[in-house]
Design a protein around this ligand. Structure first.
Ligand SMILES: NC(=O)c1ccc[n+]([C@@H]2O[C@H](COP(=O)([O-])OP(=O)(O)OC[C@H]3O[C@@H](n4cnc5c(N)ncnc54)[C@H](OP(=O)(O)O)[C@@H]3O)[C@@H](O)[C@H]2O)c1
Length: 293
């Protein structure tokens, strides 16, 4: 029998990537209920529960979030409402109705001071309001001990919404040169790759008895500068990229300097082939180019 899957935040980068992968490969297995704040506001507990009951939802993928990292510093209440309180609601309903929940979190729960790749078990220490609000969302799920996967991801990009790749393509067309930080290290994640992993985990939902935390990004370790250089190379844009330090780049919020994940837990548990960041960027680029003016 087909499972009914609720997608929250379906108009966002990951939400749209999930709908795309679903339409291409998953329609036989699942019926997708794609919602966003205009159709289902996850901060509205009653509406959430009614929606879940009315549509006989079996599993939830929470791709809704407050993701404005800089704005969060002055919109703390809103960030916590969506990234913590709404997750408290989701977790409580999932527990009451025995639903499986996939929740997306971030490398920003770490402070970026590690010198070895972060495993899911390493202690968190967020340094921004956004990171703290996402950490509070994780705690809401862990407190309820529900059947769930918390997937931390990093540097997400896709053909949808706003992201670093689309910004670089736009700036690459407009400018002759660009400075990009080379002292923040991590790995990009292509939305479609993460969406495929989410469907793989949904397929294993019966093997979960409580919360499990995973790290997922594309394979490889780079700086934002390396990423920008490869974007210009692939697009053949004639824009000179030069490296600068974070200290020289004025920012309202401190970002983790080191966001490298150890991917072995998710790779082994779900027997994944994790594409390298270059492979995925190359695959993603044609559609990103056609979606970027
Ligand atoms: N983007 C990254 O680089 C990155 C990196 C690491 C982790 N993550 C995590 O990955 C997940 C997906 O990120 P994303 O880039 O796809 O985010 P996104 O593009 O900002 O999408 C989030 C979606 O959630 C919606 N939303 C906001 N408040 C809501 C509410 N109360 N009820 C229902 N929907 C609501 C947003 O609508 P509005 O646009 O109208 O607000 C938006 O459509 C998030 O959990 C994020 O924290 C992202």
């Amino acid at each position: 029998m087909k499972q009914n899957i609720l997608i929250t935040g379906a108009n966002g980068q990951l939400g749209q990537s999930l709908q795309r992968v679903y339409a291409q490969t998953q329609t036989e297995k699942y019926t997708l209920y794609s919602t966003d704040v205009d159709t289902l506001d996850i901060t509205d507990c009653k509406a959430l529960e009614n929606y879940i009951i009315n549509n006989k939802i079996d599993s939830i993928v929470n791709s809704a979030a407050y993701t404005a990292v800089e704005k969060a510093e002055t919109e703390e209440e809103k960030a916590y409402l969506i990234n913590e309180q709404a997750v408290v609601n989701l977790a409580a309903i999932a527990k009451k109705r025995n639903l499986f929940l996939i929740h997306i979190s971030t490398d920003y729960v770490f402070d970026g001071t590690s010198r070895v790749p972060y495993t899911p078990e390493m202690p968190i220490n967020p340094i921004s309001v956004y990171g703290k609000s996402k950490a509070a969302g994780e705690k809401a799920i862990l407190d309820q001990q529900i059947r769930s996967a918390i997937i931390r991801t990093s540097w997400l990009y896709s053909p949808y919404g706003g992201n670093f790749v689309k910004t670089m393509v736009r700036l690459g067309k407009e400018r002759e040169s660009l400075q990009v930080v080379n002292d923040q290290i991590g790995a990009p994640t292509y939305g479609a790759d993460l969406a495929e992993v989410i469907f793989a985990i949904l397929g294993e939902c019966n093997s979960f008895s409580g919360p499990e935390i995973y790290h997922y990004a594309n394979e490889g370790v780079i700086s934002w500068y390396d990423f920008a250089k490869e974007i210009m190379r692939l697009t053949q844009l004639d824009c000179q990229v030069t490296p600068i330090s974070s200290a020289a780049y004025p920012a309202k919020v401190q970002r983790p300097a080191y966001s490298v994940f150890d991917l072995s837990k998710i790779q082994k548990r779900f027997n994944l082939h994790i594409p390298t960041w270059t492979e995925s960027l190359e695959k993603a680029m044609p559609e990103i180019l056609s979606n970027t003016r």
